[in-house]
Design a protein around this ligand. Structure first.
Ligand SMILES: [Zn+2]
Length: 271
């Protein structure tokens, strides 16, 4: 019984094939899914999914940096106002952070920062672990984390692909690094060797970020390959190779960390 530390089963690209995606994951013993939150419409789809799948899904709500960069001020304000009501059902707040990569324009940076700070304050108030999305903004994010603070329970830096030095700075703050497709690159083996197992979890980020070596089972309407939660085995294999251990044991440790961070009760009644 393994956990995908971060995925988007509610992504519209999974519409019509979601049951098969979940079935494939179950056959690979990946039976629990921690969602990433993106925007208000997607939070509603998460609530639906939770109704259908109950204890196998952990809800996480937040306003994603891409949402901040692309939605109107009115829509953002509405989402932020309604976030506390959704958080009553959530185990964590995210995805929040800063994305200064090609998916956003410079004009959005100040607003991204403002919403990152406001959401961190909500996380602190409600003692929610945070799910961070950080692209080309590690220094800025760490500055803000230091200024605003965040709950002692910590959280994860999702899809982490930075250097060991950057990893170390997040670890010192009390955060875990969530490894995905980028960790399956051969060139990442040395960083993986240096990273302590104590500080990592394993994610798919499905439907995005297909790990290296995966033969895709699922496709979007334009026949583009989609990632799926069972592929966390490929990430676990990469970590296992670097650490000279079994991938099962990597997933076991990752699951233990997820249970602690997200306070999961995996005895079937909650999650
Ligand atoms: Zn995500």
């Amino acid at each position: 019984m393994f956990i995908d530390a971060h995925c988007h089963l509610t992504d519209l690209r999974f519409e019509g094939i979601r049951d098969q995606v979940i079935e494939k994951a179950r056959k690979s013993q990946v039976t629990h899914f921690i969602q990433g939150g993106v925007d208000l419409a997607e939070w509603d789809r998460q609530v639906e999914l939770k109704r259908a799948l109950s204890s196998t899904v952990t809800l996480v709500f937040g306003i994603h940096p891409w949402t901040i960069a692309h939605q109107s001020d009115v829509a953002l304000r509405q989402a932020f106002d309604r976030l506390p009501e959704y958080l009553k059902e959530a185990k964590a707040l995210g995805e929040i952070g800063l994305d200064f990569g090609p998916r956003t324009s410079k004009d959005s940076y100040a607003l991204q920062e403002e919403y990152f700070r406001r959401q961190l304050r909500l996380a602190k108030e409600g003692k929610f672990p945070v799910v961070l999305h950080v692209v080309r903004a590690h220094d800025q994010v760490m500055n803000i984390l230091n200024q605003e603070g965040f709950p002692a329970v910590g959280g994860i830096v999702h899809a982490f692909s930075g250097s060991y030095e950057i990893a170390k700075r997040y670890i010192d703050l009390g955060l875990h690094l969530s490894l995905g497709a980028a960790a399956t690159q051969e060139k990442y083996q040395e960083t993986l060797r240096n990273l302590s197992l104590d500080s990592i979890v394993v994610e798919s980020d499905a439907p995005d970020m297909l790990p290296r070596g995966v033969i895709p089972d699922f496709f979007d309407s334009e026949r583009k390959p989609l990632n799926a939660p069972h592929a966390i085995w490929y990430v676990a294999n990469a970590v296992a190779k670097a650490k000279n251990m079994q991938p099962e044991d990597v997933l076991k440790v990752s699951g233990k960390h997820c249970s602690e961070i997200f306070r999961l009760k995996l005895d079937g009644h909650d999650g």
